[in-house]
Design a protein around this ligand. Structure first.
Ligand SMILES: Nc1nc2c(c(=O)[nH]1)N[C@H]1C(S)=C(S)[C@@H](COP(=O)(O)O)O[C@H]1N2
Ligand SMILES: [Mo]
Length: 549
């Protein structure tokens, strides 16, 4: 490696360290101002918003709930590469690397102030971060020794030439044997000598500063813990209308099958939030607005004093692939959305409720679904006997039986706008998903697991089936290319939740596949036609292959 390459590499390192410092300062400030105002999260949220549906599907399918970590990791790689480039550029030509950093900072600031709920102050983390990073990068690169001043015209030539080396080589040749051939320097030109100590001090200090800023931002991030503490202190009110009791027979107790009620810690989580919104109930309110005669706003204390309804509902994500696990069942406690809407008195012509989260997510739900007296749609505050976990929408979210989450289950909800499908659309609709999202009848095999090796004898096949708000009528299984045979169904708790099923098959030694299909209470049998999740939910039979020996 010649000295020029080496110092180019050192400049790139300086870029990474100072870029890291800038981002860490931004994290620190955002911990004070608002979590969403950091450069990384404003940028990441913008990426999430522009990601095409196929890429989102791909991310969910491959990384599941780790898709956010993957996104942040990829952003880290891109930012580090950009920062390295900035350092390298800055050394080649003073001002260019700095310009790149400033550009990233300005972009971060612009993205932050345009986040939902942002104030102009949200620009500060990115701007201050850049304000700190820029002088450090300049000083560090200067400590590497400036490139000799060459006439600007020549420098431009060198940069512009596709095979720009030629110019350098000719300069080298021209320079002849000189005493300080710093990466092909013209010796007669004024240049500063490298100052290794100063470079190490600067980059060392910058790295240490970045770590301190990060540690401090973590400590301050305790804001989230403060909300968690409020949540833990909160005592859920009792239910004025309790849920129907769950009969013992609702759970067949087959090992490996999803339990009837999904524990909160195992409940799938899907949302666009890179950071879980931390909403203090004392700052929370829900506004009912739009095409209503009596718009109103309801605060936390008023809400929790209302008579609460309890209801089991199985929530499902439209992105769930056949056989997937983006589905869970919980006992929700909340106030009926129907009664909130009645109080606001929707006007004629309205056909949709656009619910909005603190983080800007929206869902469009048919008004008639929410006002249906036979459907228990809740503004939920409790999940399985606890206040909503923060990641599941604390302090309040919507739960609507029968619709996929993306068109109904808004977490951290703060507004219900009565409107029309002509006028408004939910977050996912312009991104390639259907405006309407009724849940399709589906079933899943939980045991045996795919590619299991089972002992000879009777084989227990079991799983869950769902057709929320319609209900499951029957489930059938089929081994290999045999006939469909009925499975035993767990006792029904109601049409709004999934049902376990179980079948015992007598199978010979060898390789087998088993498929499942469900029929809903309207007599509609699950299609075997395979469809991907987009635009309105996957179809097809879940099939599992295994060996009996
Ligand atoms: N604020 C907000 N609410 C949201 C979403 C979101 O991205 N942001 N995603 C929806 C989707 S797509 C689903 S499937 C459900 C998932 O709810 P859960 O994470 O509690 O399982 O939340 C819904 N509510
Ligand atoms: Mo979803």
């Amino acid at each position: 490696m010649n000295p020029g390459d080496k110092r180019g590499a050192l400049a790139a390192v300086a870029g990474i360290v100072t870029g890291g410092l800038g981002l860490a300062v931004s994290e620190l400030l955002s911990a004070v101002i608002a979590p969403g105002s950091s450069t990384i999260f404003a940028g990441g949220a913008a990426v999430v918003d522009v990601v095409p549906p196929w890429l989102k599907d791909f991310a969910v399918e491959w990384f599941g709930t780790a898709d956010k970590a993957v996104l942040l990791g990829s952003m880290g790689v891109v930012l580090a590469a950009g920062a390295a480039l900035a350092g390298w550029l800055e050394r080649r030509r003073a001002g260019t690397g700095v310009a790149l950093l400033v550009l990233v900072g300005l972009a971060g600031a612009a993205l932050a102030v345009t986040r939902p709920g942002a104030t102009p102050l949200w620009a500060a983390p990115s701007l201050v971060g850049i304000g700190v990073a820029v002088p450090v990068l300049r000083a560090a690169v200067r400590a590497l020794g400036t490139r000799p001043a060459t006439p600007p015209a020549r420098d431009d030539e060198t940069d512009a030439a596709p095979g720009g080396r030629g110019a350098d080589e000719s300069r080298d040749a021209h320079a002849g044997s000189t005493t300080t051939p710093l990466d092909g320097a013209v010796p007669s030109a004024p240049s500063s000598a490298p100052d290794r100590r100063r470079f190490l001090q600067l980059t060392g200090l910058a790295a240490a500063g970045a770590l301190v800023a990060l540690a401090a931002s973590q400590a301050i991030g305790a804001g989230g813990r403060a909300v968690e503490a409020v949540r833990e202190r909160f005592r859920l009110p009792g239910a004025a209308r309790p849920a129907d009791p769950v009969p013992a027979g609702a759970d067949l107790s087959v090992e490996g099958v999803a339990p009837y009620v999904t524990p909160n810690d195992d409940f799938y989580r899907i949302d666009t939030a890179l950071r879980v919104p931390e909403v203090d109930p004392s700052d929370w309110s829900l506004r009912v607005t739009g095409m209503v005669d009596e718009p109103f706003e309801i605060g936390w204390d008023e809400l929790v004093a209302l008579p609460m309804t309890e209801h089991h509902v199985t929530l499902a994500c439209v992105s769930n692939a056949v056989g997937g696990d983006l589905i869970g069942n919980a006992l929700w406690l909340g106030y009926p959305v129907r009664e909130l809407l009645e109080r606001a008195r929707p006007q004629a012509g309205a056909d949709m409720v656009l619910s909005r989260s603190v983080d800007g997510f929206t869902a469009g739900t048919p008004l008639e679904v929410l006002t249906d007296p036979d459907r228990t749609s809740l503004l939920a505050i409790g999940m399985n006997g606890e206040p909503l976990p923060t990641r599941h929408g604390f302090p309040a979210r919507l739960v609507v039986p029968g619709l996929y989450g993306y068109v109904s289950a808004t977490k951290w909800v703060t507004e219900l706008k009565v409107t029309t499908f002509d006028e408004d659309e939910g977050y996912w609709t312009p991104r390639g998903w259907s405006a309407l999202g009724p849940i399709k009848v589906q079933s899943r095999i939980d045991v045996p697991r795919g590619f299991a090796n089972l002992g000879a004898g009777e084989v227990v096949v079991a799983g869950v089936a769902w057709a929320q708000h319609v209900g499951i009528e029957s489930v059938e299984v089929r081994a290999d290319d045999g006939d469909w045979v009925p499975a035993e169904l767990a006792e029904s708790v109601g049409p709004d939740t999934w049902r376990q099923w179980r079948a015992v098959l007598d199978l010979d030694e060898g390789d087998h596949t088993v498929s499942v299909r469900a029929t809903n209470a309207d007599g509609e049998t699950q299609t075997d036609a395979e469809a991907p999740p987009a635009p309105d939910g996957a179809t097809g039979h879940h099939t599992v292959a295994f060996t009996v020996s």
